[in-house]
Design a binder for this molecule. Structure first.
Ligand code: C2E
Ligand code: MG
Ligand code: MG
Length: 723
C-alpha cells in the first residue's frame, strides 16, 4: 500500500468514526425520529457518497416511503422503487441485503432494478419486537458501485444505532402516551381515587373527582383530614389503612351522600406498598334500595309496616324475650264489619278509614314503631318486652281509638274492632304459631259479639281447628244448594192471651260432617267469610215459602227473619228481598225482617234509605237485640221501625233488677207513643211473663212459650196444621 493510499485510508477511517460518533450522539437527542433521520442521512450520505438513502416502512403487503435523501444529482427514486420493494424485501425480510447488479440478485430483481436505472442497492432491516418494521435502503443510480465490506459494516452499524433510537423513541412515546391516557381516565372516572402512604398517612395522589368530592386537592395532606362519614375517627385503627383490602359503605351526613369505599394495596412508583382507595357515590343506589326495602316492608296504602316486616320484627322480639327472660304480647286487631263501609261508601272511603286507623294506632304510646297492617282490615301490634308494663294501657288505648266515630265523607261512622291477645314466649315462641293464636283469640272476641278483646285461651284452639273445618264444610254445603240449612221457628205470642201470633225463623245447620249446629256457631264465620249472602237468601226463601203455605191455608201470621248486617248493606238487598217475595208469592205484610241495633246506628242515612225501600215492598222491619248497643229512642223514630225487640238480658233480671223493670216499662210506654210495637225476648218462666203482662207488653217470645223447633212441629203445635 502506497503512502497516499495509506493516508487516504486513515482519512476514511477518521471520517467513518466521526460519522458513527455523530450518529451515536443522536441517541440523546430530544428531536423526533423524523428529524433524527434527516441528520443521520446527511451524515451517512456525506460519508458514503451514495446517491439515494431511503427509509421504507414495511407494512404487511406494501412498503411506504418515510424519508428519502438524495445526494448530488441522483434524483428521487423512492416513489418508483417502492412498488417493487415489497417483493424484494419480503423474500429476505430480516437480512442485510445487497444487490450489486449481476452478482447476488435474481434475474427478475436485476430486471426490475435496471429498469429503474438502479445500479446497486443495499437494504438493511430495522427490527423491532423481532419483526422488520423499516428498511434503510442505500442505492446508487448514477454509476456502478461496488459495496466494500467496510461500507457495509458502516451502514450496518449506523442502522443498529438508528434501530436503538427508534426503539427508545417508541417506548418513550408509548410510556408518555399511556401515562397521559391513564391520567385522563383517572380524572374522568366517576369515582374518587386517592393513594395513601399507610406509614405516614400522607396522600400521594388524588384524581379530579376526589378533589370535587372533598372540594380541595388532597395531595400532601393527611388522610385523617378527610374522614368522610365519621366525625370521631380512630385513625390508628383505621380499617382502610390496616387492611390490605377493605370494602364498606359509608354515609357522610355533611355531604348527605353515601359512598362505597374500596381499598386495595398496590405498589407505588417508589416500590413501597400503598393504599389505593376508590370512593364511589352510591346515593342513588341507596335511595333505590331504600325504596325497594320500603316497598318490601311497608303497606302501600297506610304506610304501616306489612306482614313480612311484622314477622321479622316478631321473630326478633321473641328472641329478645327468650334471651332476657322477658315477656311480650301480640295483639291481633280485625275491624268489625269493615265491609259495610267499603260497600256502602265506596272503596276510597274504606281506604281513608284504614289510613285514619293507622295514624291513630301509631299515636299510641309504646307501639309507634310496632303497628302492622297484615291484611285487608287486619292489624297487628307487637308489644315488645320493654313495653310490656304498658300492655293494659295500650289495649285500652286501642279500644278507645275505636270508641268514637270516624268522620268520612262529611258524616260520622262507627267502625269497631275485635282484638285477640297472646303473650310470648309463654304461649308460643314461633312467629306463625303466635299469629295463629292471636287470630284465634280475635275470632273468639268476634263470636262473643264483636267490639271487644279476648286473651288467647288454649281451649279455643280446638274450636279454631273446628273453625277451619266449619269453613270447609260451609263452602261445600253452599256449593250443593244450601239444603243442609234448616228453618226452625220459635213462636211469638200475644202477651195478653198467650196465643201465637207468629214466629221467628231461626237458622240451624244440620251438617252431614259436623252434626247439628246453632247459628252462634257459624253465622259470625259466615259473615266474616262473606258466605252469609247465599245462606241468608236461601233461608229467607225457605221462610217465605213456609209462610206462603200457611196463608194459602188461611193462616196469616207474622214470620220474622233475621237479616245479617252484611246482607243489609249489600247494594242489591232491596232487589234480592223483592225477588224472593215475588218468587215465593208470600204476602209481604206477613214477613218481618229483623236487623240489629248496632248497625242501625252506624250508617244512619243509608240504613234509613234501605229500610224505606224494604217497607215499600210491604215487609215490616224489627230492631233486634234492643238495649244491648247504642240504645237511642231517637233512632227508632228516625228509622221508621215497626217493631223493637228488647234483648233477653233485660228479662233475665226483670224479677230482681229494678233498672231492668223500669227500662222495659219505659220502652213499652214510649213505643206506644212512637207507634212502634214491642216484642220482649227471652221469657223463660211464669213470673217473668206475669210481670210483663202487667206492664202491658204487646208480644212476647221465649222458651216459656216454646223453643225454636222444626217447621212441621211449629205448624202442628202452634198453627194447628196437621199433615
Ligand atoms: P236473635 O235473633 O235474637 O234470636 C233469638 C235467640 O234467642 C235464639 O237463639 C233463640 O233460641 C234464643 N231464645 C229465645 N228465647 C229464649 C229464652 O227464653 N231463653 C234463652 N236463653 N234463649 C232464648 P238462636 O236460635 O241460637 O239464635 C241466635 C242468634 O243467631 C239470633 O239471635 C240471631 O241473631 C242469629 N240468627 C239466627 N238465625 C239467623 C238467620 O237466619 N240469619 C241471621 N243473619 N242470623 C240468625
Ligand atoms: Mg232475631
Ligand atoms: Mg234477638
Amino acid at each position: 500500500m502506497s503512502f497516499m493510499e495509506k493516508s487516504d485510508r486513515i482519512q476514511q477511517e477518521i471520517k467513518r468514526s466521526e460519522s458513527i460518533t455523530a450518529v451515536v450522539q443522536l441517541m440523546e437527542s430530544e428531536k423526533n425520529f423524523d428529524e433524527i433521520l434527516d441528520t443521520a442521512f446527511n451524515i451517512i450520505g456525506d460519508y458514503l457518497e451514495v446517491s439515494n438513502i431511503i427509509m421504507f416502512e414495511c407494512k404487511e403487503d406494501r412498503v411506504n416511503t418515510i424519508k428519502e435523501y438524495v445526494w448530488g444529482d441522483g434524483g428521487n427514486i423512492a416513489e418508483t422503487l417502492s412498488p417493487y420493494m415489497s417483493d424484494i424485501l419480503n423474500k429476505r425480510p430480516d437480512d442485510l441485503y445487497i444487490v450489486p447488479i449481476g452478482e447476488m440478485a435474481t434475474e427478475e430483481e436485476v430486471k426490475i432494478l435496471s429498469n429503474l436505472k438502479v445500479d446497486s442497492l443495499l437494504a438493511i432491516p430495522l427490527v423491532l419486537g423481532g419483526r422488520p418494521v423499516m428498511h434503510a435502503v442505500f442505492a446508487e443510480n448514477r454509476k456502478k458501485r461496488v459495496w466494500h465490506s467496510n461500507s457495509i459494516l458502516f451502514v450496518a452499524d449506523i442502522c443498529k444505532v438508528l434501530q436503538t433510537i427508534l426503539e427508545k423513541k417508541i417506548s418513550n412515546n408509548s410510556l408518555v402516551n399511556s401515562y397521559t391516557a391513564l391520567r385522563e381516565i383517572l380524572d374522568n372516572i366517576g369515582s374518587g381515587i386517592y393513594v395513601v402512604d399507610p406509614k405516614t398517612r400522607e396522600i400521594l395522589f388524588c384524581n379530579e373527582t376526589m378533589k370535587r368530592i372533598v372540594k380541595e386537592d388532597m395531595v400532601g395532606k393527611h388522610c385523617w383530614d378527610f374522614h368522610l362519614g365519621e366525625r370521631q375517627y380512630d385513625c390508628d385503627n383505621c380499617p382502610m389503612i390496616n387492611n390490605p383490602t377493605y370494602f364498606r359503605e359509608v354515609y357522610d351526613n355533611r355531604l348527605d351522600t353515601w359512598f362505597d369505599i374500596k381499598n386495595t394495596e398496590i405498589t407505588w412508583v417508589n416500590s413501597n406498598k400503598v393504599s389505593l382507595c376508590t370512593m364511589t357515590d352510591i346515593t342513588e343506589k341507596k335511595k333505590y334500595e331504600k325504596r325497594i326495602e320500603f316497598q318490601a316492608n311497608n303497606d302501600f296504602l297506610t304506610g304501616l309496616y306489612n306482614r313480612m316486616r311484622c314477622e321479622s320484627d316478631l321473630a326478633m322480639c321473641i328472641e329478645e324475650a327468650v334471651v332476657n327472660g322477658g315477656r311480650g304480647a301480640l295483639l291481633f286487631v280485625d275491624l268489625d264489619d269493615f265491609k259495610h263501609i267499603n260497600d256502602g261508601l265506596g272503596h276510597q272511603y274504606g281506604d281513608l278509614l284504614l289510613k285514619m286507623i293507622s295514624v291513630g294506632l301509631q299515636q299510641i304510646d309504646g307501639i309507634e314503631e310496632h303497628c302492622y297492617r297484615v291484611g285487608g282490615d287486619e292489624f297487628i301490634v307487637i308489644i315488645n318486652p320493654d313495653e310490656i308494663g304498658k300492655c293494659d294501657k295500650i289495649v285500652s288505648a286501642i279500644m278507645q281509638l275505636f270508641d268514637k266515630p270516624w268522620c268520612l265523607n262529611g258524616a260520622e261512622y262507627y267502625c269497631k274492632m275485635s282484638m285477640g291477645i297472646v303473650h310470648f314466649p309463654d304461649e308460643g315462641n314461633e312467629v306463625h304459631e303466635l299469629i295463629k293464636k292471636a287470630d284465634i283469640a280475635m275470632y273468639d272476641a268476634k263470636k262473643s259479639g264483636k267490639n271487644q278483646y279476648r286473651y288467647y285461651n288454649a281451649k279455643e284452639e280446638d274450636k279454631s281447628v273446628k273453625r277451619l273445618d266449619i269453613e270447609k264444610n260451609m263452602r261445600s254445603a253452599i256449593s250443593v244448594g244450601c239444603n243442609e240449612f234448616e228453618v226452625y221457628v220459635q213462636p211469638i205470642v200475644d202477651a195478653a192471651t198467650a196465643k201465637c201470633v207468629g214466629g221467628e225463623a231461626l237458622i240451624r245447620w244440620n251438617s252431614g260432617n259436623l252434626g247439628f249446629l246453632g247459628p252462634t256457631e257459624f253465622i259470625p264465620l259466615a259473615e266474616h267469610l262473606g258466605l252469609i249472602t247465599p245462606i241468608g237468601s236461601y233461608f229467607l226463601k225457605k221462610a217465605c215459602e213456609a209462610n206462603k203455605r200457611w196463608s194459602d191455608m188461611g193462616i196469616d201470621v207474622h214470620l220474622h227473619v233475621n237479616l245479617s248486617v252484611v246482607q243489609l248493606m249489600k247494594n242489591s238487598i232491596v232487589e234480592d228481598v223483592r225477588d224472593i217475595i215475588e218468587e215465593t208469592g208470600v204476602k209481604p205484610e206477613n214477613m218481618v225482617l229483623e236487623i240489629t241495633e248496632n248497625l242501625a246506628i252506624n250508617d244512619m242515612t243509608r240504613v234509613r234509605n234501605i229500610i224505606r225501600q224494604l217497607k215499600e215492598i210491604g215487609v215490616s222491619i224489627a230492631l233486634d237485640d234492643f238495649g244491648t248497643g247504642y240504645s237511642s229512642l231517637n233512632y227508632i223514630k228516625q228509622l221508621d221501625l215497626d217493631i223493637i225487640k228488647v234483648d233477653r238480658t233485660f228479662i233475665t233480671d226483670i224479677v230482681s233488677d229494678d233498672y231492668a223493670k223500669v227500662f222495659v216499662k219505659l220502652i213499652t210506654e214510649l213505643s206506644e207513643k212512637l207507634n212502634v210495637a214491642v216484642c220482649i225476648e227471652g221469657v223463660e218462666d211464669k213470673v217473668q211473663y206475669k210481670i210483663l203482662k202487667k206492664m202491658g207488653v204487646k208480644t212476647i217470645q221465649g222458651f216459656y212459650f216454646g223453643k225454636p223447633m222444626p217447621i212441621y212441629k211449629f205448624e202442628e203445635e202452634f198453627l194447628g196444621i196437621k199433615e
